[in-house]
Design a protein around this ligand. Structure first.
Ligand code: ADP
Length: 286
C-alpha cells in the first residue's frame, strides 16, 4: 500500500482534441498540503474535477485514497471532501439544514448526524449562526460553512479550489488558520490558489501548471534555492518596465548591483514564490 493519498500518472484530458491537461503526473502524500498553482486556463480546475470524479480523464491513471476515480468513483466520493467555487451552499436553507442535507446525502446515521453537525459548526465558528438563512451570511461565513460541510463525513482528502478568493485579508487569515489546523490534525489537503502568499504560507509542496503541464514542483524553499534566493529588480529607463534577475543569494545580488556606477532604479531583495511563478509562466495579463 503506497503512502500516496493522491496519485496521477500520465493523465490527459482532451476537449475538442486539444489536451487541456497534458501528461500530468504527481503525487500527494498522506498528511501533506499540496498547492496547485498556475495562470488562468492552465488546467487546475479540470484536474480537480477529475480528482473529484466530476469528469473522467481521457487517458492515464488517477487514484485517490487508493481508489481509481473511474472504476471506484463511489469509494472515492466517500473518501473526499470538496470545496469548489461553483458548488455553493443553498441560500434558502438555514446553516443547520445545509449540513443536515449533506449528512443525508452521505447516509450518515441520524444518531451521529446531530453531534457531527454541532461539532463541525463549532469548529468553523458558526454555532451561533446555525438557524440563520445561508443567504444572510457573509462571504467568509459561507466559505466556512462549505468547509464544515465538506468535513462532515470525515473525508481522508480535502480538495479546496481557490478557498479564499474574493475574501478580505482578515477573513482570509482566519481561513488560513482553519486550514492549517486541519493539516495539523493529519488531513491531506490539495488546494488551488492564485495567491502566492497563500501557497507559501500553507503548502508543504507546490506544483506549478502551465498549459496543461506540470512545469515545476517542490517545497517553496526548494524552488527558491533552485531558481535563486535573491532578485535584482531593475526599472528600465525607456518604458518603466521591471526586469527581474535571479541570483543564488543576497551577497551575489548585491555584488552584481555594486558593479554598476549608476544604480538608479535598481533594488535587491529576497526572492519569493511570486517571482518564480512569473519567471516560469511568463507575464501574462488576463
Ligand atoms: P484553470 O482552472 O487553471 O484556470 P481550467 O481547467 O478551467 O484552467 O481550463 C483549462 C482549459 O480547458 C481552458 O482553456 C478552458 O477553456 C478549457 N476547458 C475547461 N473546461 C472545458 C469544457 N468543459 N469544454 C471545453 N473546454 C474546456
Amino acid at each position: 500500500m503506497s503512502d500516496s493519498a493522491v496519485l496521477l500518472e500520465n493523465v490527459y484530458k482532451y476537449y475538442n482534441k486539444t489536451p487541456v491537461v497534458n501528461a500530468l503526473s504527481f503525487q500527494v502524500q498522506k498528511g501533506e498540503m499540496f498547492g496547485l498553482l498556475g495562470p488562468n486556463g492552465a488546467g487546475k480546475s479540470t484536474t480537480i474535477r477529475m480528482l473529484t470524479t466530476l469528469t473522467i480523464p481521457s487517458e492515464g491513471k488517477i487514484e485517490v485514497s487508493g481508489f481509481d476515480v473511474g472504476r471506484q468513483s463511489q469509494q472515492v466520493k466517500r473518501s473526499i471532501g470538496v470545496v469548489l467555487q461553483q458548488t455553493s451552499v443553498d441560500g434558502d436553507l438555514t446553516v443547520w439544514e445545509n449540513m443536515e442535507y449533506h449528512a443525508r446525502l452521505h447516509q450518515m446515521p441520524a444518531a451521529i448526524q446531530r453531534q457531527a453537525i454541532g461539532q463541525y459548526l463549532e469548529y468553523v465558528e458558526l454555532t451561533d449562526r446555525a438557524d440563520a438563512m445561508v443567504k444572510t451570511l457573509s462571504g467568509g461565513m459561507k466559505r466556512r460553512l462549505q468547509i464544515a460541510r465538506a468535513l462532515l463525513h470525515q473525508p481522508e482528502v480535502l480538495f479546496l479550489d481557490e478557498p479564499t478568493v474574493g475574501l478580505d485579508p482578515q477573513t482570509r487569515r482566519r481561513l488560513w488558520e482553519i486550514i492549517q489546523q486541519l493539516k495539523d490534525r493529519g488531513m491531506t489537503i490539495l488546494l488551488t490558489t492564485h495567491y502566492m502568499e497563500e501557497a507559501e504560507f500553507l503548502c508543504d509542496r507546490i506544483g506549478i501548471m502551465d498549459a496543461g503541464k506540470l512545469i515545476e514542483q517542490g517545497t517553496p524553499d526548494q524552488l527558491r534555492r533552485k531558481h535563486g534566493e535573491a532578485v535584482v529588480i531593475t526599472q528600465q529607463e525607456q518604458d518603466g518596465k521591471l526586469d527581474f534577475q535571479f541570483f543564488p543569494d543576497l551577497d551575489q545580488a548585491n555584488a552584481h548591483v555594486d558593479q554598476h556606477r549608476d544604480r538608479t532604479g535598481m533594488m535587491v531583495r529576497a526572492s519569493n514564490l511570486e517571482d518564480i511563478f512569473v519567471e516560469l509562466t511568463g507575464r501574462k495579463l488576463d
